[in-house]
Design a protein around this ligand. Structure first.
Ligand code: NAG
Ligand code: NAG
Ligand code: NAG
Ligand code: NAG
Ligand code: NAG
Length: 501
């Protein structure tokens, strides 16, 4: 989610390995209002010998409709600075004021209501108790897993990082279209996997090293660029001669947005299956696809083991851990949150994080081939273009708009799921340091989009298992439409996409 549910933790009981950070306070808590909310409503850990997980019992998700621009500012100011969710949803069709999501911690409802009533703002309660959804999800994952009789990878379930890696490795072993490599390591030393799908991989896999493994020349060129930042072009390229354009798809940059990872895996499988069905082969004649299915592995692992609603990476800080990777890029970085306890904390400096560095390096080395970058997030159902940083429309906005409009139409054509689209800052609110601005500003990649998948708050990040497949199908439909629109082709006929899958 672009800008959203954030849980400020204070006085929370941490497991031993985090204990040194325990008594720290967060900088935002400067008013009575804030302190009341924070102290009444933080998540706590349940310790029962077996699990040691953050609890969100009684935390609620509300939707508020601002009636004026000032209402919106009021909400964003009051709730965003509080680190409570102030994510703005897509534009309702007949209003210029977008609804705002507010994450109300247990015990803070009274305060939140008073604030909203004080301004005569009405709201709906979308989720009564976040923990119930977390528990339901945990149960259904386990139940579906125990029901499963075959050894095949189950695309309709969520999977831990290790299972994903193993599946990708076995797929690589069996398909010549796919090449798996590591772009680098996360802070905790997990591989940042890059999956390349290309009809040209077979020529490349001649015992030589992985394609993105940089040559000395590239490494030198990259290092020089670090000294003269802003240099855009480069003479990459060692052994990568083919000119096919690349569509880059990044999932799981925010740890709790599990549906994005599931969608990435599903898309990878669709493309690789085209070996047999050749349904997607026209796409692979046009493009190579590069996926980063788990862009924030440390955070993702943490969201399984410890805190389901964790968003950032896991790099340690003095007061609080983690940096929001989608605020860590070098675009107006100075405007990003300086509060390490905020879930949208930008980090100590631009590209301070290993996960960010790995991506900027990849872009630096290969941007001449990358035609589109897509960053999948959840939730809200939005397709967003630059800029995140301000309300100006980029020079190429008409091109972006045309492609977004086709993508969104295609997405809707499957199950009627409605997506809004527009420039990030205009649909949501302004955000510095985002990946899409970085791709566009620094590398001129016009088709750089952030896509917020399902839903619109009914289940928030705990999207039920039954929705994994439809979400993946409609998202893949949107990606295909985008790819074809960029290539100025027609949206494919319905028979080229299997709607029954
Ligand atoms: C597991 O199997 C049972 C019995 O067939 C079924 O009722 C249930 O819905 C299944 N659960 C999941 C999550 O698939
Ligand atoms: C993939 O193949 C390699 C080499 O043959 C083997 O060591 C590895 O276990 C295989 N991995 C999976 C997940 O099948
Ligand atoms: C890459 O694959 C395409 C077919 O998809 C083929 O036409 C082309 O010659 C290949 N390029 C290289 C450099 O192997
Ligand atoms: C960011 O802010 C710091 C401290 O205010 C300043 O020294 C630095 O020059 C600023 N950087 C940019 C790129 O504006
Ligand atoms: C908005 O940000 C873009 C990208 O940094 C910049 O080119 C543009 O001038 C900015 N617009 C305004 C009004 O500051």
């Amino acid at each position: 989610m672009a800008n959203s549910v954030t849980i400020t933790r204070r006085n929370r009981r941490y497991p031993d390995f985090l204990r040194q950070r325990r008594n720290q306070t967060c900088l935002v808590m400067s008013t009575v209002f804030i302190v009341v909310l924070a102290t009444l409503g933080f998540a706590h850990l349940i310790t029962n010998g077996v699990r040691n997980k953050a609890s969100y019992s009684g935390d609620m998700l509300l939707r508020v409709f601002p009636k004026s621009e000032n209402d919106k500012k009021f909400l964003i100011h009051n709730f965003d600075s509080l680190d409570i969710d102030a994510n703005v949803l897509g534009l309702p069709s007949n209003s210029r004021y977008v609804p705002v999501y507010i994450y109300a911690k247990a015990g803070s409802m009274h305060r939140v209501m008073k604030t909203l009533h004080g301004r005569s703002l009405s709201f709906n309660v979308l989720i009564q108790d976040m923990q119930k959804l977390i528990d339901r999800e945990e149960r259904s994952i386990a139940e579906r897993r125990s029901n499963q009789s075959s050894e095949l990878f189950d695309f309709e379930n969520y999977h831990p990082y290790e299972t994903i890696v193993t599946w990708l490795e076995s797929l690589t072993n069996t398909s010549s279209l796919i090449s798996l490599s590591s772009m680098g390591k996360s802070f905790e030393g997990n591989d940042l996997l890059l999956v390349s799908i290309s009809t040209n991989n077979s020529e490349r896999n001649d015992g030589d090293s992985d394609f993105h493994q940089t040559t000395e020349h590239e490494q030198e060129s990259y290092e020089n660029s670090q000294q003269k930042r802003g240099v855009r072009s480069m003479s990459a390229t060692g052994k990568f001669h083919q000119n096919k354009a690349v569509i880059y798809i990044n999932c799981g940059m925010h740890a709790r947005e599990w549906i994005t990872i599931s969608s990435c895996l599903w898309m990878i499988n669709e493309l690789v299956s085209s070996e047999k069905s050749s349904v997607n082969s026209p796409l692979l004649d046009m493009y190579d696809f590069w996926f980063v299915p788990v862009a924030n592995p440390d955070g993702y692992i943490f969201s399984w083991t410890t805190d389901r609603l964790w968003r950032k990476n896991r790099s340690p800080g003095n007061t609080c851990n983690g940096v929001d990777l989608n605020r860590n890029f070098n675009v107006r970085f100075n405007a990003s949150s300086r509060n390490p306890c905020s879930s949208i904390y930008g980090g100590i400096e631009p590209e301070s994080e290993e996960e960010t560095k790995a991506l900027t390096k990849l872009l630096y080395l290969h941007s001449h081939r990358i035609k589109a970058t897509l960053f999948l997030h959840s939730f809200s159902q939005l397709w967003l273009s630059p800029y995140g940083v301000n309300n100006s429309y980029p020079k190429e906005y008409p091109k972006m708009r045309r492609v977004m409009s086709k993508a969104v139409d295609a997405t809707k054509s499957f199950f009627g799921t409605d997506f809004q689209f527009g420039s990030f800052a205009n649909v949501l609110n302004s955000a510095p340091g985002t990946a899409i601005d970085y791709c566009y500003e620094k590398f001129g990649i016009v088709y750089s989009f952030l896509v917020e998948l399902r839903d619109r708050g009914t289940n928030s990040f705990m999207l039920p298992l039954e929705e994994i497949k439809p979400t993946a199908i409609e998202t893949w439909g949107g990606v295909i439409a985008m790819a074809l629109a960029i290539n100025e082709q027609q949206i494919p006929q319905t028979n080229t996409i299997d709607r029954q899958k």
